[in-house]
Design a protein around this ligand. Structure first.
Ligand SMILES: [Zn+2]
Length: 269
């Protein structure tokens, strides 16, 4: 199947990947017209890898760009490199986490050139320490896992850091982009409203975590707060929810609102 075009020099191939439900695919965004930079080739199985290779037929692959190190973003990078010889580009933190060689390290202010214009590299930690976005022609932003067109963004410490995440979201909002191109789900065409919603949602969840600690009125670990904050989620999700609660607690701790002792987290007096 041919890549779906969004703009001249910008198209996408959704690739089936081992991602978190409800998402089932990771978007391989293609930057360029005849020679392309492939973002996040994610297929870890041969059939999705073949599918991407088929979609790339007739194009030359200049580079493979990884937004961050999660398996549902990097799974097909080595396979695509074997097929094309293209270099793999990523942040140093990402390079330190993967078990293959990253050929070129990228960071804030670097530029990725294509035959359809330049894309500026933004370092946006929060979901992962080495997370990169790309801002390109027409105000399109390759957003990786900063936002999702499908499902939610999970923050898992220590890679996940809520304070960094909110700072990065605010930064993306200030860019005045025209569309966000997420790794999962469709492109998002009202970036400012969406990013405001994401930021407000995290702030309101933080207030909920604070209220739950107050309600419990004893030192607590994240798991003990989960049923208060998320009364409707099934028990098997509690451990992953506890990681989210931990992010909020750590952020409150950074702000001096919460302290941590061997007994658990408590509100500062
Ligand atoms: Zn991720």
């Amino acid at each position: 199947m041919a890549p779906r075009a969004l703009a001249p020099g910008l198209s996408v191939v959704p690739v089936r990947s081992p991602t978190l439900p409800p998402a089932t695919h990771t978007n391989a965004w293609l930057l360029g017209r005849e020679s392309v930079v492939v973002i996040d080739p994610a297929g870890v199985w041969s059939e999705p890898q073949e599918h991407l290779a088929e979609a790339l037929r007739g194009l030359s692959v200049d580079a493979i760009f990884l937004t961050h190190h999660h398996p549902d973003h990097i799974g097909g990078a080595e396979d695509l490199q074997r097929r094309t010889g293209a270099p793999i580009l990523a942040h140093a933190h990402t390079a330190a986490q993967v078990d293959f060689t990253v050929d070129q390290l990228l960071g804030e202010g670097d530029v990725v050139q294509t035959d359809a214009g330049d894309w500026s590299v933004l370092h946006t930690p929060g979901h992962a320490r080495g997370h990169l976005c790309l801002l390109g022609p027409g105000g399109h932003l390759v957003a990786g896992d900063m936002v999702a067109g499908e499902g939610t963004i999970v923050l898992d410490p220590p890679e996940g850091n809520l304070g960094d995440y909110i700072t990065s979201l605010e930064r993306l909002r200030a860019l005045g982009t025209t569309a966000l191109l997420p790794a999962h789900g469709p492109e998002l065409t009202d970036p400012s409203a969406l990013l405001t919603h994401y930021i407000n949602h995290r702030h309101s969840r933080t207030r909920q975590v604070q209220a739950a600690l107050q309600q419990l009125s004893r030192p607590a670990e994240p798991l003990a707060l989960v049923p208060i904050i998320y009364p409707d989620i099934p028990v098997f999700i509690h451990p992953i929810a506890a990681r989210q609660v931990l992010c909020h607690l750590q952020w409150l701790q950074e702000q001096g609102t919460v302290t941590h002792s061997p007994a658990g987290f408590t509100l500062s007096t």
